[in-house]
Design a protein around this ligand. Structure first.
Ligand code: DGJ
Length: 341
């Protein structure tokens, strides 16, 4: 395994033995088990992403409601829960997660609000704007039939909220569904989203304050019907893992590589290997966490293992990514990677 933590493991084990303390690296956590927060409650942060800020990791995700039901009058498997806003958990070690609350609350009184419980709030991601000092959240906003197809933006002075919802839009006039954010090392922000009836991904450079689009955008994976984008950069290359479009049901992941975030993106193939890799381990991508402190070395991909008939009980699968030049490999491992403490 390529984690910084793993590189330190041997020396820390030695120190542990010398000091007579238990190793910090014994991971009892299994992929797809119920992962609990520090209060012992199941973590409810689906389609999520991670912000690393001032030594703390913040995990933002969809807060699913207790009841899963099918949207009436829709002929595809449109399972949903009431939109419960965006939850946040914080951790110093990517292992012990403290619930920080619902940092973007649904607007219950206003039935016309984008973030009313009858709407869809999915795949929230947060990046920090170095110039304004604000934390900016973008998310997929939709109606129960998924034909509103917009992205919403919210802002906060603190990583743990409260986030103030500003508005939704169709970026550059185009539909927006599954999405992610990417902040490049020069501080620029990008919104990457499934568009044109989910046939094509768009990559839109955000404005300097991250609160709107700059007007500069490109298309990627044209007519390849990809969703659930998760992006990271290693060395000279940008990598994007995506899923196919099959609702809550798993399909085969693919990855693409580019030497510029704006493309051109070249599809390489399935990054997953081992048991059930043709079905992405019964999961769907959502985010890639740069694990090492300088963000340059080690990467963990976050997947959701959806439970469409009980969405709040969807589980999490996190796996290390092995990078070799323009190629990546995500081998199956039933154990959750051990992180530094
Ligand atoms: C697949 C998407 O990736 C999910 O985020 C969600 O929108 C489901 N479709 C809904 O069916």
């Amino acid at each position: 395994m390529t984690f910084t933590a793993m590189k330190l493991k041997k020396s820390l084990l030695l120190i542990s033995v010398l000091c007579g303390v238990a190793t910090a690296f014994a991971s009892e956590l299994k992929q797809g088990d119920v992962w609990t927060d520090t209060d012992g409650n199941p973590i409810n942060a689906h389609g999520g992403g991670i912000l690393f800020h001032n030594g703390t990791y913040y995990w933002y995700g969809e807060s699913k409601g207790e009841n899963t039901y099918r949207s009436p009058g829709i002929d595809w498997e449109c399972f949903r829960t009431d939109a419960g806003g965006v939850g946040c958990y914080s951790s110093k070690n990517l292992k012990d997660w403290k619930f920080e609350g619902i940092v973007l609350k649904p607007e219950i009184e206003n039935t016309r609000s984008d973030i009313h419980p009858t709407m869809v709030i999915e795949r929230p991601k947060v990046i920090y704007n170095d110039s304004t000092g604000k934390f900016v959240m973008w998310m997929h906003i939709d109606n129960a039939a998924y034909n509103y197809a917009r992205c919403g933006v919210a802002v906060s002075d603190s990583p743990v909220g409260p986030f103030v919802y500003l508005r939704s839009e169709r970026p550059n006039g185009s539909e927006c569904r599954d999405m992610t954010l990417f902040k490049d090392i020069d501080g620029s922000g990008y919104l990457i989203y499934s568009s044109e009836g989910n046939s094509t991904l768009h990559i839109s450079k955000l404005s300097d304050d991250f609160l709107s689009q700059s007007g500069v955008y490109s298309v990627a994976l044209k007519n390849q019907s990809r969703e659930a984008p998760a992006i990271f950069k290693h060395g000279d290359f940008y990598f994007m893992v995506t899923s196919g479009c099959s609702g809550w049901s798993p399909n085969e992941a693919e990855y693409a590589v580019a030497s510029s975030i704006m493309g051109p993106w070249k599809t390489v193939g399935n990054p997953c290997s081992g048991k059930d890799s043709d079905k992405t381990f019964y999961c769907q991508s959502t985010y890639v966490i740069p694990v090492s402190e300088d963000g340059s070395e080690d990467y963990v991909i976050m997947f959701d293992r959806w439970n469409k008939s009980n969405l709040i009980d969807s589980r999490y699968v996190w796996l290390p990514i092995k990078v070799d030049g323009e190629n990546i490999d995500i081998p199956w491992n039933e154990n959750v990677p051990s992180f530094k403490d």
